[in-house]
Design a protein around this ligand. Structure first.
Ligand SMILES: NC(=O)c1ccc[n+]([C@@H]2O[C@H](COP(=O)([O-])OP(=O)(O)OC[C@H]3O[C@@H](n4cnc5c(N)ncnc54)[C@H](OP(=O)(O)O)[C@@H]3O)[C@@H](O)[C@H]2O)c1
Length: 449
């Protein structure tokens, strides 16, 4: 009988010549063939070999022998060739709503695994609707949002949740994201374009959800969270904040919904009983809570600066001339926050983030059953790390990839999932800590008086 051919590469980085892609290449090369690393073979994929060569030169001065694969999202055969040669594709080609679908399709057909750095809820939910069943059948794990969107939110909520030791329970956790830098904080055009197209197509996401079965909501002890004011002053952590319309809360809700249907998490394809016990023990410590994310700054003026940016994207993004204006003059409409050329290496190196998770809940779950119950306990945790888009995102993506290579048997056979439900019970948090992203317990307080 003919033996099935093994894939040539452990990982292919698709979109390696992109702004984020080249930082992902730099991060992945740190682990290529190093002792104890499961990453032994790597290839870079994109539309243009000279751009791939430039990206590789930029990412490593030592000129490693990394092969190039030519693939274009408008050429399904090239995607099929790429997917059939690898165990795992790391997709950095965005906006995902424009380019992602054929890549996921090729990976699922080939039965290889797929991770991306998408922050676009509609794309993620559409991929789940289109490919989940086939991905299970083919043994292909498809996991979006394996970057700053939305792993810190997913693991951060779990970390906060684990500080609520029974009989204590959380009711709501609000995350406050504070971006810091000695220099100007700038994002690349790719992320801006993805956000603008997300606003333009908000109605399509609503339509998609209407056409799908309702997700199971987790039971959360206590009342629903209060509405609160548009601008909040969070005195405890000294920050002013407004709601951030990112993918994070949506992704977290997907994970909590899957967990509600599978209270011990998802069974690994070749998991042994000890591992199954470990997985169930992990999930037994996670208590669902209402979750939201806000962008925060130390002074009120800083937060007021976000409002016109949000309004111009929200309003101009709704019609085509407005979108043309936004995408032609990104720097003008974001007050310098996004640039077609992206940030300099110096700007990236000088930036960092703090994400505070302020949890409110009950010292005893019995207190929550009273309809007028007010939380009596506050637990604050925090994640800190380097610049979000081009340092933290590659670190997260590469660590998720290494887990997939090393611990594949402990993960589900296949399917389309958010990152939290897959990586929650793995050693991802420890790996992130080893790579400069810290998780800390800040305080536990009685707020009953
Ligand atoms: N999760 C997060 O926190 C996070 C962080 C950073 C970025 N992102 C997302 O990552 C995506 C990329 O952002 P970016 O700033 O890196 O954008 P970018 O610099 O424009 O890079 C886009 C990449 O896609 C490739 N590409 C475009 N069209 C293609 C096609 N038809 N076939 C094959 N490749 C194609 C480009 O190839 P060429 O080089 O040949 O043009 C380039 O390599 C965006 O969706 C962004 O939102 C997410």
């Amino acid at each position: 009988m003919a033996q099935a051919q093994l894939p040539t590469y452990d990982i292919v980085i698709f979109g390696a010549s992109g702004f984020t892609g080249k930082y992902v290449v730099r991060e992945a090369l740190k682990f290529l063939d190093s002792p104890n690393s499961p990453l032994k073979t790597l290839a870079l994929a994109g539309r243009n070999s000279s751009k791939l060569s430039e990206a590789l030169k930029w990412a490593s001065k030592s000129h490693p022998a990394v092969p190039f694969l030519i693939a274009d999202t408008s050429d399904p055969l090239s995607l099929r060739r790429m997917a059939s040669q690898t165990r795992l594709v790391l997709n950095c080609v965005g906006p995902f709503r424009l380019y992602g679908n054929p890549v996921v399709s090729a990976c699922v057909d080939a039965g290889c695994d797929y991770l991306d750095i998408c922050g676009e809820p509609e794309f993620m939910e559409r991929m789940e609707a289109f490919y989940d069943m086939k991905a299970v059948e083919k043994g292909s794990l498809v996991i979006s949002a394996c970057g700053f969107d939305s792993v810190p939110a997913e693991l951060g909520l779990m970390f906060n949740s684990r500080q609520w030791v029974s009989p204590a329970v959380p009711n709501r956790v609000e995350a406050y994201l504070s971006l810091e830098s000695d220099k100007r904080i700038v994002g690349n055009f790719g992320t801006f374009e993805s956000a603008v197209l997300g606003v333009a197509n908000a109605n399509k996401l609503a339509e998609l959800r209407m056409s799908r079965p309702k997700r199971t909501r987790p039971p959360i002890p206590g009342p629903p969270p209060p509405k609160g004011s548009t601008i909040e002053h969070q005195k405890k952590i000294g920050l002013w904040a407004v709601k951030l319309p990112s993918a994070d809360a949506i992704v977290v809700r997907r994970t909590l919904s899957i967990l509600t249907n599978n209270p011990s998490g998802l069974e690994g394809v070749f998991e042994d009983p000890k591992q199954a016990e470990k997985r169930a023990a992990f999930w037994s410590t996670i208590k669902p809570a209402h979750f939201g994310v806000k962008i925060a700054t130390k002074n009120l003026l800083g937060i007021l600066g976000f409002i016109p940016i949000g309004l111009s994207i929200g309003l101009l993004g709704l019609f085509s001339f407005g979108r043309w204006l936004l995408l032609t003059f990104p720097s003008f409409f974001t007050l310098g926050g996004f640039r077609k050329t992206g940030p300099t290496e110096e700007q990236v190196a000088s930036a960092s983030f703090k994400m505070w998770f302020v949890g409110h809940g009950f010292s005893d779950s019995k207190l929550a059953s009273d309809g007028n119950a007010k939380p009596d306990t506050e637990i604050i945790t925090r994640i800190t790390g380097p610049e979000i888009g081009y340092l933290t995102t590659p670190i997260i993506l590469v660590q998720c990839a290494l887990i997939l290579l090393k611990q594949r048997g402990d993960l589900p056979k296949g399917g389309v999932f958010p990152p939290g439900i897959i990586f929650g019970p793995t050693d991802l948090q420890d790996r992130l800590q080893e790579n400069g992203i810290s998780f800390d317990l800040i305080s536990k307080s009685d707020i009953s008086t």
